[in-house]
Design a protein around this ligand. Structure first.
Ligand code: NDP
Length: 246
C-alpha cells in the first residue's frame, strides 16, 4: 500500500489482538502505515497481524513491563524501519463497588493503564525526539472525565492518562513529537460485552446518538491524530462518545 495519509510511516498499537486496538491497527494499515500489533498473547497478536496482511507484524508485549515496552519500540525501528506513531491502547477493567474492590483490583487497573501508558510514552518519545518527529496517541475514556460508579480504579487511571498526556506533550513538543489522547464513550468490544446486558442497555440509552459506538469509529480519531492532518495539535483530548458527557 503506497498511497494514504500515513504512507511510509511505521506504527505500534498495544492491546491490538482484538477490540479497539485491532481496529486502530486495521485503519492505520488502510491509510498506508506499516503496523506492529502488540498484545499479551503473542500468538493472538500474530494472528491479528496476519488478518491485516502486508506490512503488519504481531508480537508479545506486556505493557506493564519496562523491558517489554523498550523492546517494542526497538522492534518497530528494527523491523518496520522507524517509529512514527505509537498508540497506547491496552487496557483492562476490574469493576467493583468501593465496598468490594480489593487493593489488587485497584493496582492491576492502575498499573496497566497508567504505568503501561507512561512506559509507552517514554519509550516512543525517546526514539521520536531523536528523529524530530512522531505522534503518540493515548486511549483514555469518558469514564476518566465523568467518573463511573463501580470504576473508581478505572476512572482514576483514565483521568491520569489525560494528565500524563498533557505533561508529556509539553515536554516533547519542541522535539517535534505530539502527544494526544482519545476518550471513547461506550464502544461495542469484548470489554463491554462482558458487562451485564441491562447495564449496557442503560448506558446506551444515555447516549444522545442512542447507540454504542463501533471500534472503527474510535480508530478514525486515532488515525486523524496520528496523521499530519493534526500537525498543530498536541496535548488535546478528543471525545468519541456519540455526544455523551459533552
Ligand atoms: P478489549 O478487552 O477488547 O481489548 C484489550 C486488549 O488489551 C486485549 O487484547 C487484552 O489482552 C490486552 N491487554 C490487557 N492487558 C494487557 C497488557 N498488560 N499488555 C498488553 N496487552 C494487554 O478492550 P477494548 O478494545 O474495549 O479497549 C481498548 C482500550 O479502549 C482500553 O484502554 C479501554 O480501557 C479503552 N476504552 C474502551 C471503551 C469501551 O467501551 N470498550 C470505552 C473507553 C475506553 P487479554 O484479552 O489477553 O487481556
Amino acid at each position: 500500500m503506497s498511497a494514504g495519509l500515513l504512507a511510509g510511516r511505521s506504527a505500534v498499537v498495544t492491546g491490538a489482538a482484538q477490540g479497539i486496538g485491532f481496529e486502530i491497527a486495521r485503519l492505520l494499515r488502510e491509510h498506508g502505515a506499516a503496523v506492529l500489533l502488540a498484545d499479551l498473547d503473542g500468538d493472538r497478536a500474530a494472528a491479528a497481524a496476519a488478518e491485516l496482511g502486508g506490512e503488519a507484524l504481531g508480537t508479545a508485549c506486556d505493557v506493564t513491563d519496562e523491558a517489554d515496552m523498550d523492546a517494542l519500540a526497538a522492534k518497530a525501528v528494527a523491523e518496520l524501519g522507524g517509529l512514527d506513531v505509537f498508540v497506547n491502547n491496552a487496557g483492562i477493567t476490574r469493576d467493583a463497588s468501593l465496598k468490594k474492590m480489593t487493593v489488587d483490583d485497584f493496582d492491576a487497573v492502575v498499573t496497566v493503564h497508567l504505568r503501561g501508558t507512561w512506559l509507552g510514552v517514554r519509550a516512543a518519545s525517546a526514539v521520536m525526539r531523536e528523529r524530530k518527529s512522531g505522534s503518540i496517541v493515548n486511549i483514555s475514556s469518558l469514564s476518566g472525565k465523568s467518573g463511573n460508579p463501580g470504576q473508581t480504579n478505572y476512572s482514576a487511571a483514565k483521568a491520569g492518562i489525560v494528565g500524563l498526556t498533557k505533561a508529556a506533550a509539553k515536554e516533547v513538543a519542541h522535539h517535534g513529537v505530539r502527544v494526544n489522547a482519545v476518550q471513547p464513550g461506550l464502544i461495542r468490544t469484548p470489554m463491554t460485552e462482558a458487562m451485564p446486558p441491562e447495564v449496557f442497555a442503560e448506558r446506551e440509552a444515555a447516549v444522545p446518538m442512542r447507540r454504542a459506538g463501533e471500534p472503527r469509529e474510535v480508530a478514525g480519531a486515532v488515525v486523524f491524530l496520528a496523521s499530519d492532518l493534526a500537525s498543530y495539535m498536541t496535548g488535546a483530548v478528543l471525545e468519541v462518545g456519540g455526544g455523551r458527557l459533552m
